[in-house]
Design a protein around this ligand. Sequence first.
Ligand code: G3P
Length: 231
Amino acid sequence: MKFFIDTADIQEIRDWAGTGMLDGVTTNPSLVAKTGRDFLPLIEEICSVVDGPVSAEVTATDWETMVAEGHKLARIAMNIAVKVPLTPDGLRACKILTDEGTMVNVTLCFSPAQAILAAKAGATFVSPFAGRLDDIGHDGIALIAQIVEIYDLYPGIMTEVLAASIRSPKHVVEAAAAGSHVATLPPTVIEAMFKHPLTDKGLAAFLADWAKTGQSILTDGDTVQPLKRPA
Ligand code: G3P
C-alpha cells in the first residue's frame, strides 16, 4: 500500500520525505488554510520536495471553472493530481482533465455508488473518507473494502482507492487489509504507528545489557559522516 501524507505543512512534509517512506501528498482547502501560506507557491514547494502525486484541490463548483483551475494547477508540476469533489460538475471536470492526461483525485467519497461514478469518470484516485463516516457511526473501512471489491471485478478500472480521513494506526492496518491502493496519513498517525511499549522496553533492555559489555561498535578511529538529507 502506498503512503501519502495528509498535510500542507511543508516542514512536516520535508521531515517525513526524509525517511523515504512517502509516496505522495494530499492537501485540501482546510489544510492549506491552516498553513496561512499562499496556495500556489506552497503547492509548488511541496511538488519540489516529494516526487509522487501531490493533490491540490480546486475551489470552484462549476465544471468549466474547475477545468480552468485544474489546468492552472497542473501547470505547476508534472506530479500534480488535481483534486475535485465528487459532484456532477466535479466528475465532468475529472473526465476532461484525465482525458487530457492530468491526474485527478476525486475527493469527498462516502458511498460505493459514488466510487463507481468516480471510476466511470476516469479518476486516477478516489478518496473515500473513512474517519468522517466513523464519526457519524457508520463503518468507514467497510466502505473502502466494498469499493476495492467492486473495482477488482473490472480489470478495466484503473482508479486507485486512496483511503482518506484516516484517524488511527488501526485505520491504516484495516485499510491495508481491505486492499486499499493508497492511504493518506496525517503526520500524527504516522508517528503513532511507530509506538509500542514493548518496543521501548525491549530496546532499553538491549542497550542496558550492551552497556555491561563495555564495547562500542564505532571506535575512536571511526567517524560518522553527515548523510545528505533529501531536499
Ligand atoms: O485530506 C482529505 C482527508 O484525508 C481529510 O479528512 O476527516 O481528516 O478532514 P479529515
